[in-house]
Design a protein around this ligand. Structure first.
Ligand code: B3K
Ligand code: ZN
Length: 848
């Protein structure tokens, strides 16, 4: 395909870059950037190619001598200096360019948000700032001078000098350009400090716009907890005198790990009890940790090329998940992570966008910041840890940091570290990185003469470009329970390496009940014929909290699947939920998760897996009927929980009260089906925190009883962007599906729908796509509305438009009518003149 980059084409850069000095003279329409690069050729006679896009070249010189147009070739994508114009040894190249941050709506490179200057360079945004070898394997120390009339001027590294209207920063650690950052604005800091294990005093600042500074304390504390945890769990210390975080309102994603100067979407920094939910707090803590952890896994050790993205992202997600598990309830965190993996990554693997954690080709790398690279990448790291054990994992990581500090690495380097430190051959395991698709693991069992046998068969369906799927190395954690509920075999890790493989367990007095894939030890679909009675048994007795939850989830999914065909709710499931509600020995957060029904998209995914065609309206109706049945059957117990779980005293975002609120709101969610919305109205009226406000509002919106509450909410929060995002999102996602398309259209016409702001766009369009039955309305109105907005956004912000197009990735699940409607919308998008590379790659892949 034209413009495709291939992993197999990798070649090292033919120059080393020894130092970089940049000077910025900031002006909204005409910022001047001077760059001085010290370069040494590695192969004589090679042209010097520098990436550059949307730059106006003012001048260039080598060792002080200006270049003439005959010395170079200037194209839309870069500057190539002919070999004849280059000295044989080391030399200095100076360039000056002009750029216009004000008109930069793509939010990539140097841009403006609410009057401040900021940058986003990963993956390939630095080439929109200056001519440069914009690839992660070219690393150099940076010196940056910023001139601009702002009180705060920030860049990477340590501050070295400043005066009125200027500042200079020095970053001693060699880094690739994607980690460059600059911020200039009228900002205020919430400050603190951290003393590292070796006694280095680090200044910490959370920078925000004036007025937001009262919502930064939680982020600062999260940063301090992250720094302490990385020392404890990985022996990693911070390595500069200062660590700055800046909150920005217009940002294409969550946050960015620029060296010493993290830039965050403000929704992942700002929190107060009145404006942020428990989920927001947990996310903020996790993302602060994630970006901080990148300092070692990403920055000190980076990626050789962008195909290796999961080297830093999978590992860093694994690290942030472990951090949250330590800070909060570990079992609950694991369940949440697996639920999210299935909802996003299994869905991706099931459709036309399936790709391996390490892809081998792309047109636009920004399209590969995916659940597969991130979340499945983290699962693969977790499996490695399971295979080598805790101590083996720590030894491997110590070796990784020791061997590769300061380098740009590959997945091969990473695997080699595990092989060398454990002495194991991980050749087959590597397929997890190179092969796409979710393996399906089926199980049969046998019991005779006191020996229990489990036989597993693995199968992975073909994915785009990968028809053959050889067997993978799968760690399967198994425990066995006796019929009275005692554990007769504690968790044991079986290593499956064949397509079909048998494991035996001798010396048992009676046929055991197996608990398979404990802790979700591998990202596979487990296919095992069990009875509802056995699932209910596991839900009651399993010692592995993940598999307890899993048993309940399986029951819920199975009953919902049958209910879409008109079946009545399954008695075993209703009974099991009753026991769970009454189980006061279980953590409230755990019970809350167990009370949450699988989402409509998950049910559709399960039906498709089972070879059926999902009917979105039937799924919505079935889910509603199951909620009705639970509320009717367990109304009194749920009402008691609702009262008992009220948290007295002032709000605290900690895991324990958050778990109580989660259980209380899960009960409210069901009670709302039968109490006429009475409790939700009352809670909405007196809630003093956003968690309960949103919990109550969600119930009212779903019941179509929210008109007044929504108006009140809007009047109170119209000036708060982050809170208003919730207002847009909740309505679009949760309103009755038959109203969704019209409502979304109405919301898009609201003067507060600032569609150029990515958070607001995602709130409305992402919310609408999450309204499964509304989005998939049979007449295609939902698809049309969605496609119209992608077409509108693409010329301004291709990255966000392309990202949002994944709403269409499930088209192949549905009936012929819906398939045709979605494909027609995708074809209409693909046919737009001037469509971005981002969105055209996505539509091509989606159409297959
Ligand atoms: N590394 C960034 C993501 C960059 C996305 C570029 N399209 C945030 C993170 O994963 O930490
Ligand atoms: Zn990351």
């Amino acid at each position: 395909m034209d413009g495709t980059t291939l992993l197999s084409d990798y070649a090292p850069y033919p120059f080393t870059l020894d130092t970089v000095a940049l000077t910025f003279r900031l002006a909204p329409r005409a910022t001047r950037v001077q760059a001085r690069l010290s370069l040494t050729p590695q192969a004589p006679g090679t042209a010097l190619h520098l990436d550059g896009e949307d730059l106006r070249l003012i001048g260039a010189a080598i060792d002080g001598t200006p270049l003439t147009p005959a010395d170079y070739l200037l194209t839309e994508t870069g500057l190539t200096i002919h070999p004849a114009a280059l000295p044989e040894g080391s030399f200095t190249l100076e360039t000056e360019v002009e750029i216009a941050p004000e008109g930069n709506t793509a939010l990539e490179g140097l841009y403006m948000s609410n009057g401040m200057y900021c940058t986003q360079c990963e993956a390939e945004g630095f080439r929109k700032i200056t001519f440069y070898p914009d690839r992660p394997d070219v690393m150099a120390p940076f010196h940056v001078r910023i001139e601009g009339d702002f009180p705060v001027l920030l860049s990477n590294g340590n501050p070295v000098a400043q005066g009125p209207g200027w500042a200079e920063w020095d970053d001693p650690w060699p880094k690739p350009a994607y980690l460059f950052a600059l911020v200039a604005g009228d900002l205020v800091a919430t400050s603190g400090s951290f003393t590292t294990a070796s006694g280095r005093e680090v200044a910490l600042n959370i920078w925000v716009r004036p007025g937001d500074q009262d919502r930064c304390d939680f982020a600062l504390g999260a940063l301090q907890r992250s720094m302490a945890w990385d020392e404890r769990a990985y022996g990693r210390e911070y390595d500069l005198d200062i660590f700055n975080i800046v909150a920005v309102d217009d940002f294409n994603m969550g946050a960015m790990e620029n060296k010493g100067l993290n830039i965050f979407n403000s929704k992942l920094v700002l929190a107060s009890p009145e404006t942020a939910t428990d989920t927001d707090y947990e996310r903020i803590e996790a993302v602060i940790a994630h970006e901080y952890f990148h300092n070692w896994t990403g920055n000190r050790i980076t990626c050789r090329d962008w195909f290796q993205l999961c080297l830093k992202e999978g590992l860093t997600v694994f690290r942030d998940q472990s951090f949250t598990a330590d800070m909060r309830a570990g079992a609950v965190k694991r369940i949440e992570d697996v639920a999210a993996l299935r909802a996003r990554q299994f869905r991706e693997d099931q459709g036309p966008l399936a790709h391996p954690p390490r892809p081998d080709h792309y047109r636009e790398i920004n399209n590969f910041y995916t659940p597969t690279v991130y979340e499945k990448g983290a699962e693969v790291v977790g499996m490695l840890k399971t295979l080598v054990g805790d101590a083996g994992y720590r030894a491997a990581l110590d070796l990784y940091f020791d061997r590769h500090d300061g380098q740009a690495c590959t997945i091969e380097d990473w695997i080699k570290v595990f092989e060398d430190s454990s002495g194991r051959d991980l050749g087959q395991f590597k397929r997890w990185y190179t092969d796409a698709g979710t393996p399906r693991l089926s199980v049969t069992e046998d019991f005779s003469d006191g020996t229990y046998t489990l036989e597993f068969t693995q199968e992975t369906k073909p994915t785009p470009g990968q028809p053959e799927k050889p067997a993978r190395h799968i760690p399967i954690a198994v425990g066995l329970l006796s019929p009275n509920g005692d554990e007769v075999l504690p968790t044991t890790v079986l290593e499956m390496t064949e397509a079909t493989q048998r494991f035996t367990f001798p010396g048992l007095a009676s046929r055991p009940v197996p608990s398979i894939l404990r802790g979700f030890s591998a990202p596979v679909v487990l296919d095992r014929a069990t009875t509802p009675a056995e699932q209910a048994f596991l839900l009651a007795h399993d010692t592995d909290p993940f598999n307890r939850w899993e048993a309940g989830r399986t029951l819920a999914r199975q009953t919902l699947m049958a209910m879409t065909q008109g079946a009545a709710p399954q008695a075993e499931y209703l009974d099991a939920v009753g026991r769970l509600i009454a189980d006061e020995g279980a953590e409230p957060a755990f019970r809350a998760l167990c009370l949450r029904l699988p989402g409509e998209d998950e049910i559709a995914q399960a039906l498709h897996e089972a070879g059926q065609i999902p009917d979105p309206q039937a799924i919505h109706a079935a889910r509603g009927r199951l909620m009705d049945a639970l509320a009717t059957r367990h109304g009194a117990a749920l009402a008691a929980i609702y009262e008992a779980m009220a948290v007295p005293g002032p709000y605290a975002p900690d895991a324990a009260p958050a778990g109580q609120r989660a259980l209380r709101l899960a009960a409210l969610h069901l009670l709302g089906r039968t109490d006429g919305g009475e409790r939700a109205q009352a809670l909405f009226a007196r809630a003093d925190n956003m968690t309960e406000t949103m919990g109550a509002l969600a119930v009212l919106v779903a019941a179509g009883q929210a008109t007044e509450a929504l108006a009140q909410f809007r009047a109170r929060w119209a000036d708060n962007r982050l809170v208003m995002d919730k207002w847009f999102m909740t309505q679009a996602a949760l309103c009755p599906p038959e109203e969704a398309a019209e409502l979304a259209q109405q919301l898009a016409a609201d003067p507060l729908f600032d569609w150029k702001n990515p958070n607001r766009f995602r709130a409305l369009l992402g919310g609408f796509a999450a309204n499964h039955a509304g989005f998939h309305r049979a007449d295609g109105a939902g698809y049309r509305f969605f496609a119209d907005w992608l077409i509108r956004l693409d010329p301004l912000n291709p990255q966000t438009a392309a990202r949002m197009s994944t709403a269409f990735e499930t088209w192949a699940r549905y009936d012929a009518g819906r398939q045709a409607l979605i494909r027609a919308e995708l074809a209409r998008i693909a046919a737009q003149p001037g469509l971005s590379r981002d969105l055209s790659e996505m539509t091509a892949r989606l159409l297959g």
